[in-house]
Design a protein around this ligand. Sequence first.
Ligand code: PLP
Length: 415
Amino acid sequence: MNIFERIESNVRSYSRSFPVVFTKAKMSKMYDENGNEYIDFFDGAGALNYGHNNDFIKSRIIEYIESDGISHALDMFTGAKGEFFTCFEEKILKPRGMNYKIMSSAPTGTNAVEAALKLARKNTGRNGVFAFTGSFHGMTIGSLSVSSGKSIRAGAGEPLYGTTFVPHPNTFPGDCIAYMENIITDEYSGVEKPAAIILETVQAEGGVVVMSDQFLRDLRAFCDRHDIIMIIDDIQVGCGRTGKFFSFERAGIIPDMVTLSKSISGYGLPMSLVLIKPELDIFKPAEHNGTFRGNQMAFVGAKAAIEYRELYKLEEKTEENAKIVSDFVKERILPLNDKLEHRGLGMIQGVDFRHAQGDKDIAGMVAHECFLNGLIIERAGPNDCVVKIMPALTIEKDELMKGLEIIEAAVKKYI
Ligand SMILES: Cc1ncc(COP(=O)(O)O)c(C=O)c1O
């Protein structure tokens, strides 16, 4: 039994899907201790949009450390934070006509979600929150309360209060907005008007489920009509994953709050932010704090990542790569079984085995076969039935094709 199996808590998970010891990584390749090479289509669950050890970002962080730049400062003013804020304002917010205050929350995505929920309640004086079926927002109690998965909710070990789950528009046969309108205006519905609605424009852990532009616009209008705070959780599909920097830009809407984490630091370093419309920025000083909010190396990486994105035209590259993935899936994987489904946007795409696999776990067998053939890929959705294709945005075309061919061969073997 190795040291991990012997001493690490049973809660470990990804090491069960990929049971080797990784020691090195470069852009879209990872290497284990025996020198075996793997193409990475998992991307640190979306934390490595710029690839592993991206040289452009790495050199800035090394330079910063070697110059004895501040490494820890809670939320004091620092040069690194100031430079990141300036860059974010100039290159991300202003060109999009966005006016947000930036809250540096403690470094995990779930903490940003907790902060946004607290702030929505404080602003409205209401307690309830609406979330969509299929949602995932993190593992701390507040975030779990707005996440719909049965088994992770059970792990809370206590009742999770305050959330009304609304059927996701893509699976609800009726009009989802009319449904919400009905339950918040009918005094006999038993449902109070919520403080906020929290959503992922593309549910990632939920199985790559893409909300339409029109639905996002209708939801924005619904929130405006009823004075409900719209929180978009862009933790997994922001930072260029769907093409544009924010995943909701395609709908031309401005949420009241946005949570960001994962790839915001550009280098897989812990960092999270909540973007807040100025009129909602009413936390008192230190009302939401944490020792490790404001990771200084992450600020340095985050600024470099935004510059890299511009310099290397990552938005165009994402569009080109996304087309390669969707063409490949449509032309070479879907024809293998007419019950397979394909969904996605930009560089998050999924092959859904739900209807093709019956009571077998073909998605699991495919992912495992891919790993044996040098591809790291994860699953998502109900019963993990969706194979999620999510490489770094920087992936080279030959690596992308090679990874897709590994998936094709695995599907051929098991379908
Ligand atoms: C949409 C979304 N929100 C929140 C989180 C939680 O982020 P973290 O794992 O950093 O707490 C995740 C993580 O996968 C996520 O995908």
